[in-house]
Design a protein around this ligand. Structure first.
Ligand SMILES: Nc1ncnc2c1ncn2[C@@H]1O[C@H](COP(=O)(O)OP(=O)(O)OP(=O)(O)O)[C@@H](O)[C@H]1O
Length: 316
């Protein structure tokens, strides 16, 4: 059993703060590290893996600092996001080289075991250049597993995998966790870690934004206020009706300077609506439009980008 602890950790590169005063603890089982691009997930994973020192704060494994601690490196395996591999080498030799780097007593046996674990035996003698994305991912995983680490760190391991390869990797990671390992998987897609992770830690802009089970994180993301852009046959009348129904906290009529304001002919005007209860709003809107004989031309979420969802989590 291994507990990885991040205590008040920050990491900056010049004047870019990649990780900002983060405190988290990871125990046995699978934890999803979720956040949009640039949130600081890779930087955090590299610090957890002992590849990068924190600028301040401490990363420890069972109380021992990770950075520059050879004994600890033996207990951690890291699967990096980047694809760079020695393409001319075959899978077995690639894993064997890592077993030797770790100074294992029987590197050949360790390499064979790791290759079996990731189900790459049939392809082990082929050059890596002939591997599919999923096979490459498995070869990287085998190198990270070759020294039988208690902690496994995987940076965006599902990127580019097809559904079958994804299921295969999920099963493998679940097995690793069932054996008592501490498995940490980063992703920018909530659904990707849904099935796999017992717990999810959310990072946004270098900060720790939320943590909990999949359902809690999903609820936090969907229950936030939503903004919609609406184009209709009579924006003014619709705005008044929406406000009267109490399912929105704000309605703004946006009329570009050069647009005509006559109802029904003003294609550039729109309503910006801040819906308080999304379920209620999408139910009520067609009804009130129909009752008043107002045509709806467009109803689209204005801020559904992943960044805005995450930004909401940080601003709570
Ligand atoms: N070596 C570096 N030098 C300068 N800036 C860096 C360096 N590494 C990371 N950063 C910056 O730190 C921030 C966090 O990057 P990081 O790669 O950790 O995020 P991420 O959540 O893993 O995103 P992605 O999924 O896109 O890799 C970004 O603004 C990034 O540009």
């Amino acid at each position: 059993m291994a507990t990885l602890r991040i205590d008040g950790v920050s990491r900056w590169f010049g004047n870019v703060v990649a990780v900002n005063d983060v405190t988290m603890e990871f125990g046995p089982g699978v934890t999803g590290l979720l956040g949009p691009n640039g949130a600081g997930k890779s930087t955090l994973i590299h610090m957890m893996g002992g590849f990068l020192p924190p600028s301040s704060g401490a990363v420890t494994l069972d109380g021992q600092p990770v950075w520059r601690n050879e004994g600890i490196y033996r207990r951690i395996g890291l699967v990096p996001e980047r694809e760079a591999m020695y393409d001319v080498v075959n899978g077995y030799d690639f894993v064997l080289a890592n077993a030797r780097l770790h100074g294992l007593p029987d590197p050949a046996a360790a390499a064979r075991r790791a290759i079996e674990t990731v189900d790459l035996v049939d392809a082990q003698n082929r050059p890596i250049s002939t591997y599919s994305k999923g096979m490459r991912q498995r070869a990287k995983l085998a190198t990270a597993l070759v020294h039988d680490p208690q902690v496994l760190l995987l940076d965006e391991p599902f990127n580019g995998l097809d559904p079958r390869q994804r299921l295969h990797l999920m099963d493998l990671l679940k097995r690793m966790a069932a054996e008592g390992r501490t498995v940490i998987v980063s992703s920018h897609i909530l659904e990707e870690v849904e099935e796999l992770a017992d717990r999810i830690e959310v990072m946004v802009s270098g900060r720790h934004a939320a943590s909990g089970g999949f359902r809690e994180i999903r609820r936090l993301m969907t229950e936030r206020p939503h903004r919609y852009t609406i184009r209709s046959g009579d924006d003014r009348a619709l705005a008044a009706a929406i406000i009267a129904e109490r399912c929105a906290s704000a309605v703004e009529l946006v009329v570009p300077n050069n647009a005509r304001v006559a109802p029904g002919v003003n294609a550039d005007a729109n309503l910006q609506v801040q819906a308080t209860d999304v379920g209620e709003f999408v139910r009520v809107l067609p009804r009130i439009a129909h009752q008043r004989g107002i045509r709806l031309y467009e109803v689209s979420p204005a801020d559904e980008s992943l960044e805005s969802v995450f930004a909401y989590l940080v601003s709570r």
